[in-house]
Write a protein that binds this ligand. Structure first.
Ligand code: SF4
Length: 393
């Protein structure tokens, strides 16, 4: 990683060129260099009930969006797969000792003031890793393919015993065909734990949430010790940063993006602009200190449109229209000297939280409200693919 990589913005700036000028955006886009759906066309979404809303161009592998009975689905007609965003493994991650009141009960190297785990307090469960393989087989039988696998946790997943992580890694290695690529969410602890980093370091992308590109500010804001950005492990990794959007930093979003790209460009796989969730279980339950912190400091989802406008004036979209199933906007961000552009994603939080995610928790496949995942029945599946085929004729 070079400490200061010059940033080149090849895209739209100052609103001189409109986003609907197709040639300005380079035609067919690459969704991600990891994703087997190699070329996903720009979409022309016109949301109507029960209509396919993304067309396929001749000779391209595409992701299509189908709305069946008001419910959006992302599909790939060519592979006949239903596309979900991520298969998320949430480790239970509780401390073994008695929980002192007010203390974070989760094994974690940080004390984020907006800690989602502290807001939702998922129940203590046995992780039941022995069921992982069978659960992934269920996904395969249901014709599901995931853009990526995420190892996550209530707490820091790299603090799970290394033997358990090695077992999981073995299972995931046998199921590579189910995922476009693989991520490991970390607070940075993994870069200090050689045995764990050695397991995942070469093959996984590390997803890290930051309050600031400046190390000291970040360490103070998220309350942690140990500057992981100085470790050799971090410098050799592939990284996605979640940049927390705050009321205070939203005006500077473009310069913040530039600073991340300048500082971390060589190891940066992408940037996410993160709108914090006040409560993923129940948005009306905000009495806890973490939700209160978010309400005071965080950019709220209703204010996300201003970020979309700013980004649209500057960058081309990778997925031209808002995708209501994956619930996100994606832009082709600043270019490195090599010509590689950094994708930037904003999750709009308009859909039910985690709609396109399947969560493994305690041996079950659930959504973010801990309810069993409902995948389309075989009849619904047939209708979804019939609609997709009809639209691409
Ligand atoms: S890293 Fe995650 S679990 Fe740890 S304090 Fe921050 S939000 Fe909570």
């Amino acid at each position: 990683m070079s400490p200061s990589t010059p940033v080149r913005r090849t895209n739209l700036r100052s609103g001189n060129m409109k986003r609907d000028t197709p040639s300005a955006c380079g035609g067919v886009i690459h969704f991600s260099d990891h994703v087997p759906l190699t070329e996903i066309q720009k979409t022309h979404i016109n949301l109507r009930p029960n209509r396919t809303v993304q067309r396929k161009k001749k000779g391209e592998s595409v992701k299509q969006l189908v709305v069946l009975d008001g419910q959006p689905h992302a599909v790939c007609p060519e592979t006949e797969k239903l596309i979900y965003k991520t298969f998320m493994v949430v480790t239970s991650g509780f401390r073994k000792d008695t929980i002192a009141s007010g203390e974070n009960p989760y094994l974690c190297n940080k004390k984020c003031p907006f800690c989602t785990a502290m807001i939702t307090r998922w129940p203590r469960v046995e992780d039941r890793w022995e069921l992982m393989s069978a659960r992934l087989d269920e996904c395969q039988r249901n014709g599901i393919w995931f853009e990526y696998l995420t190892i996550s946790g209530n707490g820091e997943p790299s603090l799970v015993p290394v033997e358990e992580l090695a077992y999981l890694k073995q299972v995931f290695d046998q199921k590579l065909h189910l995922f476009g690529y693989r991520r490991f969410q970390t607070g940075g602890a993994i870069f200090f734990i050689d045995r764990v980093f050695d397991l995942f370091g070469r093959e996984f992308t590390f997803e890290i949430t930051r309050l600031s590109v400046d190390d000291e500010e970040d360490m103070m804001g998220l309350v942690y010790k140990g500057n992981y950005t100085q470790t050799d492990a971090f410098k050799s990794a592939k990284v996605v940063f979640n940049i927390v959007l705050l009321k205070d930093n939203v005006r500077d979003v473009l310069s913040i993006i530039d600073r991340y790209v300048e500082r971390f460009g060589d190891i940066l796989a992408g940037l996410n602009l993160k709108i914090l969730n006040i409560n993923t279980f129940d948005e009306s339950e905000v009495k806890n200190p973490q939700s209160q912190w978010i309400l005071r400091n965080g950019l709220l989802k209703a204010e996300g449109d201003q970020v979309v406008r700013t980004m649209d004036q500057t960058f081309c979209r990778l997925e031209e229209n808002f995708d209501p199933f994956l619930d996100r906007y994606v832009w082709n961000g600043p270019a490195l000297p090599s010509g590689r552009q950094i994708p930037i994603t904003l999750y709009a939080r308009r859909a039910k939280y985690g709609l396109a995610n399947v969560v493994y928790y305690g041996g079950d496949l659930v959504d973010y409200q801990l309810q069993p995942i409902r995948v389309p029945t075989s009849q619904e599946r047939e209708r979804i693919f019939a609609m997709a085929a009809e639209e691409t004729l």
